[in-house]
Design a protein around this ligand. Structure first.
Ligand code: 5GP
Length: 177
């Protein structure tokens, strides 16, 4: 099997424009609150970095790492916490930052998990959401783009740990060698 970067779905320019728009809304919504951004590693690292620079508030960061895929390209629905939060979130205004929502199972699991820690509020910012029926019903307050149900790479998203550094989002093209 060979693989390569296929069609670009969202350009670098479109991503950065959207992030400025989302960050502006977040800045307004959290102006009188104590914002804690929680990024889900590894996929959300680029979004976290670009988004945080555009939010004009004295926010704090934390990160979680979860694994739901291995290196296959299908949702398993099994979520493993590889790294938990460093800080207490009880009473905090938490914004969970995710790269992509496919079935929604990963996010659903994380939200349930975080709610048990009693944050003052808990919202979601996700750059991408795949079209189709999400298996879990989730309210994404800050959503970037809706994309077709294809496997994508770039802007934090990998295939077998590669391609995360692409500044755009593209389709992964797989073919016979
Ligand atoms: P879900 O639990 O919503 O089905 O899947 C969420 C997680 O699966 C994402 O955080 C991401 O790590 C991975 N994922 C889902 N779709 C894609 C995709 O198209 N490309 C990549 N690289 N990862 C994906």
């Amino acid at each position: 099997m060979s693989e390569e970067i296929g069609k670009i779905l969202i350009t670098e320019h479109e991503i950065q424009d959207k992030i400025r728009e989302l960050a502006k809304r977040i800045t307004e919504d959290y102006s009188d609150r104590d914002l804690l951004l929680v990024g889900v590693l590894k996929g959300a690292f680029m979004l976290m970095s670009d988004l945080a620079r555009e939010i004009k508030l004295p926010l704090e960061f934390d990160f979680m790492a979860v694994s739901s895929y291995g290196s296959a390209t299908r949702t398993s629905g099994v979520v493993r916490i590889l790294k938990d939060l460093d800080y207490e979130i009880s009473g905090r205004d938490v914004l969970l930052v995710e790269d992509i929502i496919d079935s929604g199972l990963t996010l659903n699991y994380l939200l349930k998990y975080l709610r048990t820690r009693k944050p003052a509020s808990l919202e979601v910012c996700a750059l991408l959401r795949k079209e189709g029926i999400q298996k879990a019903q989730i309210d994404i307050k800050y959503e970037g783009f809706e994309i077709p149900p294809v496997y994508v790479i770039g802007y934090g998203l990998d295939h077998a740990q590669r391609y995360r550094n692409l500044p755009y989002v593209a389709v992964l093209e797989e073919g016979e060698e």
